[in-house]
Design a protein. Structure first.
Length: 135
């Protein structure tokens, strides 16, 4: 379908390697490029299996939808310390015009003494669906 792109895990390959994101750092989980056929909206959905860690129980992470084309964060969803792996999710809507858009699903480790985020390399899912403007 025009304007629809996705990058989802193949669990037959396992969950993958654990990546560690240290305090203040941001990691790109998935990047997709969407060809937008006309003016409209992109509905974005992302998820990843992650775990937050912090020495004092104050780990905070943010899952982000990022528009690489305009270099802006479309949406952010914050998560406080979670000691087991959990599925973190985020959704957003981005107004777009005709052309190519490159979008990323990112995770950032914020604050905390020794706060980190761990995530599985093959657990990220990122979907973009285009909807035209209707007059």
């Amino acid at each position: 379908l025009p304007g629809t792109e996705f990058d989802v895990p193949n669990y037959a390959d396992g969950v993958g390697t654990v990546f560690v994101v240290n305090t203040g750092q941001t990691a790109t989980i998935k990047t997709i490029t969407v060809n937008v056929p006309t003016t409209g909206f992109l509905v974005l959905m992302g998820s990843v299996e992650a775990r937050g860690l912090g020495d004092a129980g104050n780990s905070f992470s943010e899952l982000q939808l990022f528009d690489e084309t305009s270099n802006t964060t479309v949406a952010g969803a914050g998560y406080v310390k979670y000691v087991e792996y959990n599925t973190l999710t985020i959704q957003g809507v981005l107004p777009v015009s005709t052309g190519t858009r490159t979008l990323s699903l990112k995770i950032k480790a914020h604050s905390g003494s020794g706060g980190q985020v761990w995530y599985y390399s093959n657990s990220g899912s990122f979907v973009a669906m285009f909807f035209p403007v209707r007059y």
